[in-house]
Design a binder for this molecule. Structure first.
Ligand code: GRF
Length: 202
């Protein structure tokens, strides 16, 4: 069973998908904490309304990230899910939670990721590149944006009439399914990392 802290900067639809997967018994976990760098993040108010502990934390990644580890410890969290979290995770937190932090990205990494590649920017870049498929990626988090071994990936077609919004909506549907599925692999202790790759045991 995972004791998850979700970090979210905005809307929180992936947070809600994780919550639903737990409620329906598809994900063996509980939500210990929702942390945001924005006081007005919809994810925070939604979590508070569900009775999930929430924290607003502002930090500069270079200053060491304040007291994140203490917060996680105090709430009994042993796993971190980044669900639309726009800040870099401080190196000491990555070290302490090595292979215990995952992120969801709305494209097929390692393409269309990295600094500045978030939200609409991702889908605009996908359309500008003219690729015929996009998708969603769940990956382990390391010290850089959108890097780290890939846990799960799924494609969606890019349609000729797509705008950034229609493509984002198609990708989001996949995100809401594969993020809880990927978390369940950790809950079942089926994820192994070797040579920078993730292997899933049966
Ligand atoms: C998602 O598209 C996710 O892939 C990206 O940020 C967005 C967050 O959406 N990292 P939400 O806040 O979960 O609704």
């Amino acid at each position: 069973m995972l004791h998850i802290a979700v970090f979210a900067s905005g809307r929180g639809s992936n947070l809600q998908a994780i919550h639903s997967a737990i409620a329906s018994g598809h994900l063996d976990a509980d939500l210990r904490l929702v942390l945001s760098n924005h006081t007005d993040a919809a994810a925070l108010s939604w979590a508070a309304a569900q009775g999930i502990p929430t924290v607003h934390l502002r930090y500069d990644a270079k200053d060491g990230g304040g007291d994140i580890l203490e917060l996680l410890h105090d709430h009994g969290a042993d796993f971190i899910a980044l669900a639309g979290y726009l800040k870099l995770i401080p190196a000491h937190v990555v070290r302490a939670f090595r292979h215990r932090i995952v992120n969801i990205h709305p494209a097929l990494l390692p393409s269309f990721g990295g600094p500045g590649m978030y939200g609409r920017h991702v889908h605009t870049a996908v359309l500008a590149a003219g690729v015929k498929v996009s998708g969603a990626t769940v990956h382990l988090v390391d010290e850089e944006y959108d890097r780290g071994p890939i846990v799960r990936q799924e494609c969606v077609p890019v349609e000729e009439g797509d705008t950034a919004e229609t493509l984002a909506a198609r990708v989001l549907e996949v995100e809401h399914r594969i993020f809880p599925e990927a978390l369940q692999l950790f809950a079942q202790d089926r994820v192994k990392v070797a040579d920078g790759r993730v292997f899933i045991s049966q």
